[in-house]
Design a protein around this ligand. Structure first.
Ligand code: MLT
Length: 403
């Protein structure tokens, strides 16, 4: 008899952002005139940079002529994009990589989820708490998380990130084989110093663990002392995989392009993880569309860089508006300085879903309840800085009025 993957039956409710979308849809059907401001999911609102659009138009034109038309591309990415990534994101920061260590994809979310394919189901997985839910849910789907006890997964090692430890995780106890880290952090908006990251690299090398490092938000780092890549840390090439995305950097949330770096020095059980990931991707994925990769390449031109920097500055200004507005209204806020997320305590006595509901009903502002990111997210709410500037200021004013 056919058996389904019963791990899916263990998943509680729906994916966090689908649940939020469902609640917002119900509210908006019941209140069709409500002017809802969405500061929930971290979706960009500025259009793609002009340099990207021009490059995409040119690539579309190429696709319309027999001489320049492209069919299947190289599954792991065109060299023109891999080279641009290598030069600008790594070489410029003193990190030496080769083209085949950079594997282009349709985004960091898919890669963070799919990477589990190359690891055994028995590995022990450590996640920060609170955490981007994709790491948890995809391990649960694979059968690596155990059972859900109503609050936590029995086989995951949770690393609490609380106010008293500066929202920074301690080394896992018990030891873990796979460790997910995300810096700048989603959802808390924190960053990790070199010293902090060195602690993780040393641990992983000593234990033979692998760090799965999500740096989708590195473009928001303003502090020159904060590393943008785990590979800026000595020893990282033998213990880390890094996920990057054009979504938040250059507005590709709807266009889809990212990449994963798996160094050739990363070997476990005498097997190259780079080769395993390349094998997985070339078998299950046919590559990111040519037009999109040309658009991503344009991010690295002088014009592209200037336009991307202006967009990031716009969002960081929103973050400052949210931070100061909410602090002025009496809330305790964190993050939002080197990251597009603001992590904010709920008012006394309100749990995070109740505060979410209150803000939706009374201020018509969508946020993300901290509890959706894990047990230690309870008592917090996350706001994104990716909104429109005017709408963001309005949302802050409305929230202050509700408080
Ligand atoms: C978020 O809001 O946490 C992100 O936008 C989700 C994602 O990037 O998949």
């Amino acid at each position: 008899m056919l058996k389904i993957n019963s791990n899916y039956q263990k998943l509680p409710g729906s994916y966090l952002f689908s649940e939020i979308a469902r609640r917002v849809q119900i509210f908006s059907q019941e209140h069709p005139d409500a002017d809802i401001i969405r500061l929930g999911i971290g979706d960009v609102t500025l259009p793609l940079p002009e340099a990207v659009i021009l490059a995409m138009h040119a690539a579309v034109e190429e696709m319309g002529h027999k001489e320049t038309f492209r069919g299947y591309g190289p599954e792991l990415g065109y060299d023109f994009l891999r080279q641009a990534i290598l030069d600008h994101d790594y070489k410029a920061r003193g990190v030496e990589l080769s083209l085949d260590e950079i594997i282009v994809s349709d985004g960091a979310k898919s890669d963070c989820g799919n990477i589990g394919d190359i690891f055994d189901v028995d590995n022990v997985v450590a996640v920060c708490d609170p955490v981007y839910p994709v790491y948890v849910d995809t391990n649960a789907m694979a059968g690596r998380a155990g059972d859900y006890d109503g609050e936590k997964w029995t086989r995951l090692v949770y690393m609490p990130c609380r106010e008293e430890n500066g929202f920074l995780p301690q080394l896992p106890e018990p030891d873990a084989d796979l460790i997910y880290l995300c810096y700048p952090n989603n959802p808390m908006g924190t960053v990790a110093s070199r010293k902090e990251l060195q602690k993780w690299v040393d641990y992983a090398n000593a234990k033979g663990s692998v760090i799965l490092f999500d740096s989708a938000y590195e473009a928001f780092i303003t502090d020159p002392d904060i590393p943008h890549s785990i590979f800026e840390i000595p020893g990282a090439k033998t213990c880390a995989i890094e996920f990057r995305s054009f979504s938040k950097t250059a507005g590709f949330t709807g266009t889809r392009c990212g990449y994963t770096v798996v160094p050739k020095e990363l070997v476990r059980q005498n097997v190259s993880l780079n080769q395993m990931w390349a094998r997985r991707q070339s078998t299950k994925f046919n590559g990111t569309a040519y037009v999109i990769q040309r658009g991503a390449e344009a991010v690295y031109t002088a014009a592209g860089q200037a336009q991307v920097k202006a967009n990031i500055a716009y969002y960081l200004e929103n973050a400052a508006t949210i931070r100061s507005g909410l602090a002025g209204a009496g809330l305790t806020v964190y993050g939002g300085e080197n990251a597009p997320y603001i992590w904010c305590k709920t008012p006394a006595g309100l749990d995070s879903w109740s505060f979410f509901d209150q803000l939706l009903q009374k201020a018509h502002v969508v946020t993300t309840p901290g509890a959706g990111f894990g047990p230690n997210g309870e008592g917090y709410i996350r706001r994104t800085a990716f909104g429109d500037k005017v709408a963001t200021a309005q949302a802050v004013a409305r929230i202050a009025a509700v408080l």
